[in-house]
Design a protein around this ligand. Sequence first.
Ligand code: NAD
Length: 356
Amino acid sequence: MITVAHEALENLVTEMIGRAGSNPEEARQVAHNLVEANLLGHDSHGVGLTAQYMRHAKAGTLTVNGHVSLVSDNGAYLLLDGNMAYGQVTGGEAMQLGLDRARTAGVAIVGLRNSHHLGRIGAWGEICARAGFISIHFVNVVGHRPIVAPWGGAEARYSTNPYCTAVPATDKNPMFVLDMATSRVALGKVRVAYNAGKEVVEGALIDHNGLPTRNAAVMYEQPTGALQAFGEHKGYGLALLGEILGAALLGGPVTDPAQQGRETICNSMLTVIVDPKGFGRDIPFADAIDSMLAYVTSARPGEGVDKVRVPGEPERETGADRRANGVPVDPGTWALLVEAGVEAGMDRHDFDGIAG
Ligand code: NAD
């Protein structure tokens, strides 16, 4: 592993995204979001995506320096089009517009369709939670070949459609963030295993015959297999809600054969923003969370586990470690970064100089 200080990594990726056509503010926003994903332990959504983003910018399947545009505005409902601009920009704009609406209407239902990759969905939930609101996010992913098999199916039909809910911190507990792909593992984790020549966890993949396998190559070599849904039929059902609520409801593109030949990442996302005081100020919401979490996490840990955790906690722990000790980047990902940077006119020494 190569270890890089997060500030240096962010500067490097800012330079790369800038060279792909973004203005300095956008380049910084994108780089910050990617490095934050690495810091929190989600390398699948970190700087390893830089080269892909640059390719999409060059091909015109990502709109650099783009913004959301308003499609419709109806009471608590706001529909935005992301115009295939960077999700790091459109996601932030959608949350700010949604929060403004929730502050006046008590609730906001925000549709964002046709955005380029929104990255770690937790980033958007955390903005809402920091502002004191609960947020619920249903998301679909299209723009490339499908990679997840429907439950009972032997071939891929949709993608890793993430789901997220974030709840503001209480006096005793930090914010609660459940943020997850609806596949057993994210594709980026299979990529890391493939690059390292390692096997993937049991139950994550099927081969082209629909049979379970731990061989990461089935996602990168012909004949291709597929990722499995998490939680069997239940995860599959939740993923379809990503299509129905996250895209179909908003007029965004749903998974279909037309997506097969595309070479981009397109997210559509439904965000419901709720005021925790909406049902009345006398409901002891925070106290109930605190007593429930205290009881749940008091369970005796199972074998090989140091303690019972709450969603969001692993990310905070990894974040504290990586902020202090640097971000590990696997050699395969680093080589792709260097290659993309050099191709964009950067000096190889810019990379060598920060790699520990
Ligand atoms: P994951 O499996 O690592 O974690 C999922 C959730 O489980 C997190 O909320 C985490 O805090 C919680 N968790 C993990 N270990 C826990 C433990 N021991 N106890 C309690 N809670 C625990 O995440 P993932 O499914 O690999 O998703 C990674 C990221 O990928 C997410 O940020 C997701 O939004 C993102 N994603 C984005 C897209 C997109 O198209 N934009 C698609 C898929 C996934």
